[in-house]
Design a protein around this ligand. Structure first.
Ligand code: NAP
Length: 301
């Protein structure tokens, strides 16, 4: 019987593990990919209180070393389902394993949203990317496009404008959600061109991406933009479908929780980007982890 199983080893899950271990309880993390979550793809973090500047990778590595150094264990398995068995919970994984725990924290984060266009999957890694900081350098001196109007799209476009000949920013509206100061900086870049009120309607290319067809949603005018790279930054979506038997989930798929991060099932908690919240930031994910970790330990007592 494990004390606390934490599903997801991103910042929220790793922070929860630190608090569980420091409360004298045992934390086992189940991670479907690699530890660190989305922050690994962030080039530089400059808004985490107390740390002026750190790379996303270094931050994730430091969290990982802190959690495992305290005794937390990570199993690289995808958790599919949780069953509430009253006195304890059983977590089932895609590999056919199952683990019993007194408490569970769901910290599955969110994944990049896809456009769901033909050739999008086929050309991922062949011109299409969801991570400018990971793949941007491959497009040095080339023409690229970024799709989206949030902070990720703005930051991606700013980053790419340093390497690429031309950066098209394609956004379905005129107004951007992202930070105004960053947007103004982006507007000042000579090699950045805005394609607003427009959606990508077709991905073009034979063996790899060679362009996109965009449609202006006000005028219905269509045009082809020739590019070597397309960075899709249209937000994230959670994947909590496997947990609807134990947790309430809203229409967008996010887990509904109380202020102290309890789901509707006693002993099952949630933390980080997978839950309903106004602000999805590194600081708030880590804060959730601390709350969920401590509440899970209190539940066990
Ligand atoms: P986001 O804020 O949800 O923005 C997603 C953007 O994609 C929106 O502009 C949205 O358009 C557009 N979009 C959504 N679905 C689309 C579709 N199917 N087709 C075309 N466009 C679509 O996502 P994000 O930029 O990834 O940011 C996520 C969170 O992380 C935010 O809270 C953000 O502030 C935060 N973040 C913070 C930093 C930082 O502080 N340095 C950096 C990156 C991200 P509409 O505007 O029309 O809805």
């Amino acid at each position: 019987m494990i004390d606390v199983i934490i599903i997801g080893a991103g910042p929220a899950g790793l922070a929860a593990a630190i608090y569980v271990e420091r409360s004298g309880k045992q934390a086992v993390l189940l991670e479907a990919g690699s530890f660190g979550g989305q922050i690994v793809n962030t080039l530089e973090i400059e808004n985490y209180p107390g740390i002026k500047k750190i790379s996303g990778f270094d931050f994730a590595m430091s969290l990982y070393e802190q959690a495992t150094g305290l005794g937390a264990e990570i199993k690289y398995e995808k958790a599919d389902k949780i069953e509430d068995k009253g006195e304890y919970k059983t977590v089932y994984t895609a590999s056919g394993a199952s683990y019993d725990a007194q408490a569970v924290i769901i910290a599955t984060g969110a994944k990049n949203r896809h456009l769901l266009l033909d050739k999008e999957e086929e050309f991922t890694g062949k011109g299409i990317s969801y991570c400018a900081t990971c793949d941007g350098a491959f497009f040095k001196g080339m023409d690229v496009a970024v799709n989206g109007g949030g902070n990720t799209a703005i930051e991606d476009a700013l980053f790419l404008s340093n390497y690429c000949s031309k950066v098209y920013v394609i956004h379905r509206r005129e107004e951007f959600r992202g930070d105004k100061a960053s947007l103004e900086l982006l507007k000042s870049k000579e090699n950045v061109s805005f394609v607003l009120n427009s959606n990508i309607i077709e991905i073009l290319g034979e063996d790899r991406l060679s362009g996109i067809r965009v449609k202006n949603n006000k005028t219905d005018e269509e045009k082809v933009i020739e590019i070597s790279g397309l960075f899709i930054a249209i937000g994230q979506e959670p994947d909590n479908k496997g947990f609807i038997n134990v947790a309430d989930i809203n229409e967008a798929g996010y887990i509904i929780a109380t202020e102290d991060l309890k789901t509707r099932t006693p002993g099952i908690f949630t933390a980080g980007d997978c839950r309903i919240k106004e602000v999805r930031q590194l600081a708030t994910a880590v804060s959730d982890g601390a709350v969920a970790g401590l509440k899970a330990c209190q539940f066990i007592k």
